[in-house]
Structure formats: structure tokens, C-alpha cells
Design a protein around this ligand. Structure first.
Ligand code: CDT
Length: 311
């Protein structure tokens, strides 16, 4: 079996608050067909790819909040995406807001799923590092209420054997946490798919936009290199709901090198032939965990309280 996986990252331009699911799904289908025409085995869509990034608004009406969530996947409006992917024989990664009843209780998660080329759902991940805040913070230029609208994911960080390799998924803010990448790295991950919605400005204080771009790239390139894995980072970009969202979707090789990059803030495809063996030499040498990691010492170096003492 070939170890080359041709991967398309499908960056999305803005999705406005009133854009219908049907319209978004049409955009996703268009990108999927174009990716297929260019020989892609799998297409990666962003975080919350079916709707606007609704946590930027303090929406009070629960019915309106829930209108941004999917109660089933595939559902009536997304089935066409699954059908087309199966017909074309292309896998896909899709981020969406998930509303699910478990043990009689409703739960809301920021979720992404991985579908193989035969149409099987092979993986599901629920975002663990939820950024932002739960209560309205009027001093912010715009709200980031992920902690209000979502629960912390309960599925852990998993790696799935599919499409000829070991695949993992993180969602947006997870990419800034080395331990999220590392838990996948410790399972031998070969490709990490990451959708993101990242404002170009810090809504709370001044942070130069170029620095925010750098941190986006830094997180993904370091995560890739330190775990000898491909990273496919895909943005929802452009001015959405009056907030400028970062683009710069990128495919990063296990060496940490960027091999494909989006240049617009619109719907845009990037494609790369990813050799899933490209990280092998790093996994066997510099990052041969069994030979060089020293986890038995890590607890001795610092007492890990999880908090930095306030000054
Ligand atoms: N969606 C998401 O996780 N975005 C965050 C920005 C948070 S700003 C409060 C990110 O880390 O890119």
C-alpha cells in the first residue's frame, strides 16, 4: 500500500450568521469536487465548518444557540456531503457543533469527525482546550464564549489507523498546547488534522497581528517537528461577523517545514502529496521516545500545580 496520502486543506472564507446550511454545504461540495479533480485522497475542512463562529455573540435565546448545532451527523442537510464523498471515494474531516443527548442529558461539544474513503466514520474528537470565557466580558472588542456554549470534550486524544496511516485530530486552541500534540505523538501519530477559527486581533489587549500569525505557525510547526508528524491546519478566514479571522492555512511536514500555504482569506484549496513515512527517520533517531524520553524525571523538575503564581 502506498504511503503517499494526497491531502487537501479546504480553507473557508467567512460564513455569515444568517448563511443557510444548504449554502455552506454547497461551498463544501464545490471544494470537495475540486479536491477530487486534483487527486486528493482526503479533504480537511475547518473547525465549526457548517456555521459562522457563533461564540463571538452572547446569544441569549437557547433555540437560536441550538440552531448552530447538529443533532445528527450525517443529518438532513449534511447527508449530501457524505453521499458525494462516498461516490468520489474521498475521505474528509469536518468540524461542527454537536448537540447530543446522553443518559437523558443534553451535551454540546465543539467536535470534528474523520470519515474514510469508503464513507465510514472512523474517528470523532471533542475539543478539550476551550479558550475564552463563559460570562460576558464587556471590555473585550468581541466575545469568545466557547466556555459558555461548549463542554470540555470527553473523548480524549485518540489516533486512528485509517487511510494508510495513523491519524489524529485537534481543534484550534488545542494546537497551542504541547501536551495535546504529545499525547498523539506518544501514539505514533503520522498526521494531525486541525481546524481553526482565530481572530487576527486579541480582543482583550494589543497584540500585533504579525505576532498572532507567527504563533499560529509556531504552534503547528513545533507540534509537527517535535512529534515527527504531518500537520494539516485549516482556517475559517476573513471578515466574519465584523471580526477579522486569520487565514494562513498550512500543511506542515514532519520536519516542521511548510509545504503548502493558503494565500487568500476566502474559500481556497491547498494540496500536498504527504509521504506518511517522512517522519520515520525522526521517530527512529532524534525523537525515538523509547530511547530518549525521560518521563520518570519530569515530575522531579517542577511541582506541577497547573497555575503560575500571581505576582
Ligand atoms: N477557536 C479557537 O480556539 N480560537 C482561539 C482563539 C481564542 S481567543 C480567546 C485560538 O487559540 O486560536
Amino acid at each position: 500500500m502506498s504511503r503517499i496520502l494526497t491531502v487537501a486543506g479546504a480553507q473557508l472564507g467567512p460564513i455569515e450568521r444568517d448563511e443557510s446550511r444548504a449554502s455552506v454545504v454547497k461551498r463544501l461540495l464545490d471544494l470537495m469536487r475540486r479536491a477530487n479533480d486534483r487527486g486528493a485522497d482526503v479533504i480537511v475542512y475547518p473547525e465549526l465548518a457548517l456555521t459562522t463562529f457563533f461564540p463571538r455573540w452572547a446569544i441569549e435565546d437557547q433555540a437560536e444557540v441550538d440552531s448552530f448545532f447538529e443533532r445528527e451527523m450525517p443529518g438532513p442537510e449534511t447527508a449530501v456531503l457524505f453521499d458525494e464523498a462516498k461516490k468520489l471515494g474521498i475521505g474528509f474531516h469536518l468540524g461542527y457543533a454537536e448537540l447530543i443527548e446522553e443518559d437523558g442529558i443534553l451535551h454540546r461539544y465543539n467536535t470534528a469527525i474523520l470519515i474514510d474513503k469508503a464513507g465510514n466514520t472512523v474517528g470523532k474528537y471533542r475539543k478539550i482546550h476551550l479558550p475564552g470565557h463563559a460570562e460576558i466580558e464587556p471590555e473585550r472588542q468581541f466575545q469568545h464564549l466557547e466556555k459558555r456554549f461548549f463542554e470540555v470534550g470527553n473523548l480524549g486524544f485518540k489516533v486512528w489507523n485509517t487511510m494508510g496511516g495513523k491519524m489524529g485530530v485537534l481543534i484550534c486552541n488545542d494546537r497551542r498546547w504541547p501536551e495535546a500534540f504529545r499525547v498523539l505523538g506518544l501514539q505514533g501519530v503520522e498526521m494531525v488534522m486541525i481546524g481553526y477559527n482565530t481572530p487576527t486581533l486579541n480582543g482583550l489587549m494589543f497584540e500585533p497581528p504579525h505576532l498572532r500569525s507567527f504563533h499560529n505557525r509556531l504552534s503547528m510547526q513545533a507540534g509537527a517537528y517535535q512529534n515527527a508528524t504531518w500537520v494539516v491546519g485549516v482556517a475559517k478566514a476573513g471578515n466574519e461577523g465584523d471580526v477579522d479571522m486569520m487565514g494562513e492555512s498550512a500543511i506542515v511536514a514532519p520536519t516542521g517545514e511548510v509545504v503548502a500555504l493558503c494565500s487568500t482569506l476566502e474559500d481556497e484549496l491547498m494540496i500536498a502529496d504527504c509521504d506518511l513515512d517522512a517522519g520515520r527517520y525522526l521517530k527512529d533517531t532524534t525523537f525515538k521516545f523509547s530511547a530518549h524520553r525521560r518521563p520518570e524525571h519530569y515530575g522531579l523538575i517542577v511541582e506541577t500545580t497547573g497555575e503560575v503564581e500571581p505576582r
